[in-house]
Design a protein around this ligand. Structure first.
Ligand code: 1GP
Length: 236
């Protein structure tokens, strides 16, 4: 399989990832849901969450894998979610916060699982942006989201200079407001690595705005969880 990071970098096509949070997902509905994903404009499936019961992610991955040919990317909140059943892992460092456990602690603990892994490991700067409400990621990591544009831009740039391969601007799952176009543009203009944007995106217009502002990939979870007709909406 072509490197997922490379694909995100070079593809002219707009990448749309559907995020499946094993904690919220109804397993009885899996094949119907994945069928809709397969027929939609989605290009990737992300699996993970900030609070997931032990091995629920791996269990879900095993069910999803035979049902789709889309690349499956782990989006793990902790090391228990690291699984060989996916194609790649966003190896996240929460660079917007100053909690060492999520900057480097979890990553060190994950090495025992990743050392002999076949997963494509994608070093990712994970930046929480204020989305208008406290998210579970903020609670779990005990960190605050960023609000200041210059600080957001400098955090993204520092991550690139440190060698990270991807920047992920995250307003938080179910955010009241998505990452603003102003922030997306400012970050995009200052980095040379691909940019992912997610959190609170619930309309076709918001997706288009994120792409126009420079996002290489948009991630959507809640809008699909709450209303599967959103898949149809995007085709129009
Ligand atoms: C991925 O957490 C987001 O970045 C997903 O957010 O659930 O609000 O789409 P939503």
């Amino acid at each position: 399989m072509e490197s997922i990071l490379h694909h995100i970098k070079v593809s002219q096509k707009q990448n749309l990832a559907v995020l499946i949070d094993p904690d919220k997902f109804n397993l009885n509905n899996t094949s119907q849901f994945i069928d809709k994903v397969n027929k939609s404009i989605a290009t990737h499936i992300f699996v993970g969450g900030s609070t997931v019961k032990d091995y629920a992610t791996e269990k879900l991955l095993k069910i999803i894998k035979p049902l789709t040919t889309l690349p499956i990317v782990l989006f793990p909140g902790d090391i228990l979610q690291v699984s060989e059943e996916a194609d790649a892992i966003l190896f996240l460092s929460l660079v917007s916060g100053r909690n060492p456990e999520y900057l480097i602690g979890q990553q060190v603990k994950a090495v025992s699982k990743l050392r002999d892994s076949k997963l494509e490991v994608i070093p990712t700067a994970y930046i929480l942006i204020d989305g208008g409400k406290e998210t579970s990621t903020q609670k779990v990591t005990n960190t605050k989201p960023l609000t200041n544009v210059l600080e957001i831009v400098d955090t993204a740039k520092a991550s690139e200079l440190l060698g990270m391969q991807l920047v992920y601007l995250e307003a938080g799952s179910g955010a009241k407001k998505e990452v603003s176009t102003k922030i997306i543009e400012a970050v995009k203009n200052n980095i040379n690595i691909p940019l992912i944007v997610g959190g609170g995106i619930r309309s076709k217009l918001a997706i288009e705005n994120a792409f126009k502002s420079g996002a290489n990939m948009v991630v959507i979870g809640t809008a699909f969880e709450e209303d599967e007709t959103f898949f149809e909406e995007l085709k129009k």
